[in-house]
Design a protein around this ligand. Sequence first.
Ligand code: UDP
Length: 418
Amino acid sequence: MTETRTLASYEEIAGKIAISQLEQLSKNLKGAKVVHVNSTREGGGVAEILNWMVPLMNELGLDTSWEVVEGNEGFFDVTKAFHNGMQGSPVKLTDEMIKCYEDTLKSNFIRLQKKLEKADFVFIHDPQPAAFLDMCPNRKGKWVWRCHIDSSNPSRDVWKYIKSKVENYDASIFSMPNFAQPLPHPQFVIAPSIDPLSEKNCDLSSGEISETLSKYNIPDKFPILTQVSRFDKFKDPLGVIDAFNELIKTIPAELVLAGGGATDDPEGKVVLEDVYKAAKDNEHIHVLMLPSDSHKTINALQRASTIVIQKSIQEGFGLTVTEALLKEKPVIGGNVGGIRLQLHNHYTGFLVETPEGAALRIRELLHDEEKLNRMGKIAKQFVIENFLLTRHLREYLTLLVGLKCELTNYVLTESSNC
Ligand code: UDP
């Protein structure tokens, strides 16, 4: 369900200037038809972002909608293979896979054709809907491919295909400079962000936090360590269990592995089974399979934690890291992708390579409460300065203004209002 808040409500945390910048930028975009397309309304960071971004773009006067690609299991198996391949797994695409992908996308295109043709701006998120552009020769607007994943070292086969689908876009956006690939159009680096007022991140009372712990039978006698993630091999939940087993040789603690599935992620079940197997003999490991609307529960679990873990082995950005930092929790995270943008050793958390490394850093922080609290305070400020939705939206609007100017062959002059 989309939560709606007004732009003005962000003034307190983001500052007056941030809000007025958005108002200024959007003056040139009033009435523009913007369509975002991705492949799931729930589960995962992209859905999380679109949930706040679409209402705020509408409030700013852009006529913004969010469409989702629909498909069967076969289709999502193929798009998951794209996802894995883009993140560097060796994937071989077959003609049959490509036919399944393109046929499904064609039927989705028929449903969305009018809207996509008329749109002034289309944001296509990730590889799943990428082939829409080829199907839309009568497009009127500018199309942007927004790649959220770590595409720094993609499988050759997958990138060759995805590249053929995205090279004709007007621009692309990546979360980090090293994710960008050679493409014949302008590329932009825009980091993702979180909504500090959403159910996932808003303040909670201590009563709400302890209610959540009781509901899931998580004792709070020992430090609580939490990883929130889809059950995906790239999130390395088994590595987290290994780190925990190493840690509790010397320090008692509770581990919470909280996650759910995303409707576009068919591999989750297998990973979850492996996690249950690895956790079954340890009553201090709490594996929670949560429904997709468990935002408040996740908020409470992050707040109840002493330290948050995100031991990914590949990561586009890692909104779960940002969410934890905002809640003053140092994070122990995998030394990959966008986690590197967020964790600075000894300041906001620690980057680690192995379960042993994770255990070592957790132990270090648990032995030094003063440092843990200090890092938590720095972490919150770091997110406020860098990873709030207002900065993200400002960068998107700036890009749209730039694309619009190009669209109308606008010449930038001092008198231009562009
Ligand atoms: N999330 C959630 N429920 C879950 C697992 C994750 O709501 O069971 C949320 C999580 O809080 C975060 C987003 O989904 O906001 C995951 O984004 P991230 O960038 O960490 O990873 P992604 O899933 O996009 O790879």
